[in-house]
Design a protein around this ligand. Structure first.
Ligand code: ADP
Length: 514
């Protein structure tokens, strides 16, 4: 891992090499907040353009034309079309994303208009039975070909100097840019979660339009299959992931998902850049979704938010009951079996638990059962509900994120800023963003939450007991909460890091022409 090479040159050096003109960047992702979100990827894809704009980059985004994205695209107009390797014609629209109130200006977007590929209800990746769509290799190869065509000649008025591709959905982008004919444009690839890799049968290779030489170990072949994630890692000029700790973890077998060897060979091109928080969206002093605003030193509003949340969730309205909450995809990754196992510890300690999430039906049922068993003390809301998530952080005392692995994690940062102490496992970005409350950190005022080490019920339960004990010491609790609310999770530093990585990826000829 190297936070070293590109970043250490710093933004000032980067600025010098740019010669003052904005760097033209095309960002490619499958999701973007506020139009389409299934997880943290959308939050980052939504915040990064404005953050980079403030840092002197001119960012446009490329997105698949999922219904929610088509519906939200403003001033849409066709700008051109191209033919995909399997013969289908693809129209490209250009338009504006809606501006986030309090955020930057409207972001220019290119959208692939292909109803046959993208116009399906529900999840962008899976059908209603949660099976990946059988043509996902084409749906996301189209995104890569769209990026390659935009990088070269599709829009006569604008071409990027660099492309930034996110996660396996855009993993083929660097391969297309490197292996197909036309102007060479460098590509930075960001891993948001190595567990999701975009693996497809080798039978589909002919659809990708890439030379046969790509299908080998030194390429995108992965145990006889096609891996879009591996394509991204192998062909990108620079690789980033979303926290420094995760950048180290994915180079080891335990969290490398079979790609740790490749990541080790690319370690000099790999950086961990910690995700940040979009303060236009996540700020308890201005949040439009919460019943009362509040801030450090003015916390009456938080108590009102807690009472309103307890009432809304069907929990007993009690000021003195510590309210533990989860806002999460319900998957094994998130350590929710530990949360289930620790319910008794919370309830017997006088606490309450509220879970918002959807996903694994077994986890849903287990939480539903617990809510029936502990009526008034445990509650579950199944589904995806952005405004409710905001109300939860505002009303919560403890945000639980006991993940098995966690590339960065956002909810532990939202929790801190909203005065809800994160209780997390020391893994990935959770380890980078929460300071455990022990005697020393309580004494010097740096504590921001509760951190536990091993993925075991015993360690998790002990962490819950520590949270309950801290809650019973109101002055210590208030101090930890205040330190959390004052954390600086702003995008400024991350944007500078990203720009330094972009500049490090630019070949000399391109740098000279910027
Ligand atoms: P991941 O990307 O692995 O899902 P992150 O913590 O990085 O995890 O990001 C999750 C994002 O999705 C956060 O913005 C969180 O608030 C949001 N989120 C997760 N589940 C839900 C839900 N059921 N309803 C609303 N928002 C959710």
């Amino acid at each position: 891992m190297t936070e070293a090479s590109p970043q250490d040159q710093g933004p000032t050096a980067a600025l010098g090499r740019l010669g003052g003109s904005p760097l033209r960047l095309l960002q490619v992702s499958a999701e973007i907040f506020p139009l389409l979100k299934t997880g943290g990827l959308a939050d980052i894809a939504g915040a990064l353009p404005a953050a980079l704009d403030a840092d002197g980059c001119e960012v446009r985004v490329l997105l698949p034309g999922f219904p929610a994205i088509r519906a939200g695209l403003q001033h849409a107009a066709p700008i051109g079309q191209f033919t995909l390797p399997w013969g289908e014609s693809m129209q490209v629209l250009s338009g504006d994303l809606p501006a986030v109130p309090g955020g930057g200006g409207a972001v220019r977007a290119y959208v692939l208009h292909a109803p046959g590929l993208y116009d399906r209800p529900g999840n962008p990746y899976e059908d209603s039975a949660r099976r990946p769509y059988s043509d996902n290799h084409r749906r996301f190869a189209a995104l890569a070909w769209g990026a390659a065509r935009l990088a070269r000649d599709l829009d006569p008025e604008w071409a990027p100097q660099i492309v930034h591709a996110h996660d396996w959905h855009a993993g083929l982008v660097p391969a297309c840019l490197k292996l197909t004919a036309g102007r060479r444009v460098p590509c930075v690839f960001t891993v948001h979660n190595l567990a999701y890799q975009g693996i497809f049968s080798a039978d589909h290779f002919g659809d990708l339009g890439l030379p046969p030489s790509a299908f080998q170990m030194d390429g995108l072949e992965f145990h006889g299959q096609i891996s879009y994630m591996k394509a991204g890692l192998f062909y990108a000029d620079k690789i980033t992931t979303v926290s420094p700790t995760y950048a180290r973890e994915i180079q080891k077998p335990e969290q490398g998902f079979g790609l740790d060897g490749l990541l080790r060979t690319r370690r000099n091109d790999l950086s961990g850049i910690l995700n940040a928080v979009d303060s236009a969206v996540w700020n308890p002093a201005t949040d439009a979704h919460i019943p009362r605003h509040y801030a450090v030193g003015h916390l009456a509003g938080k108590a009102r938010c807690k009472a309103a949340l307890q009432e809304e969730a069907g929990l007993v309205v009690r000021k003195d009951a510590p309210l533990f909450t989860v806002v999460s995809r319900l998957t094994e990754q998130k350590g929710l079996n530990l949360v289930l196992a620790g319910i008794d510890t919370i309830v017997q300690g006088g606490g309450q638990l509220l879970v918002l999430g959807s996903g694994d039906p077994e986890l849903e049922n287990a939480f539903r059962h617990a809510a029936q068993l502990h009526k008034g003390h445990v509650a579950l809301r199944v589904g995806y509900d952005e405004p409710f998530a905001h109300r939860i952080f505002a009303g919560s005392d403890v945000t639980l994120v006991p993940s098995r692995f966690e590339p960065c994690g956002l909810t532990q940062m939202y929790g801190q800023l909203y005065g809800s102490l994160p209780l997390v496992r020391a893994v990935g970005g959770l380890a980078d963003t929460v300071v455990d409350a022990d005697l020393a950190t309580l004494d010097d005022g740096t504590a921001t939450g509760i951190v536990f080490a091993s993925f075991s019920e015993a360690d998790y339960r002990h962490a819950v007991r520590r949270a309950l004990a801290l809650y019973r010491q109101p002055r210590a609790w208030a101090r930890v909460r205040q330190t959390g609310m004052q954390q600086n999770f702003s995008w400024t530093q991350a944007a500078q890091h990203y720009r330094a990585v972009y500049l490090a990826a630019l070949p000399d000829f391109s740098r000279a022409s910027t």
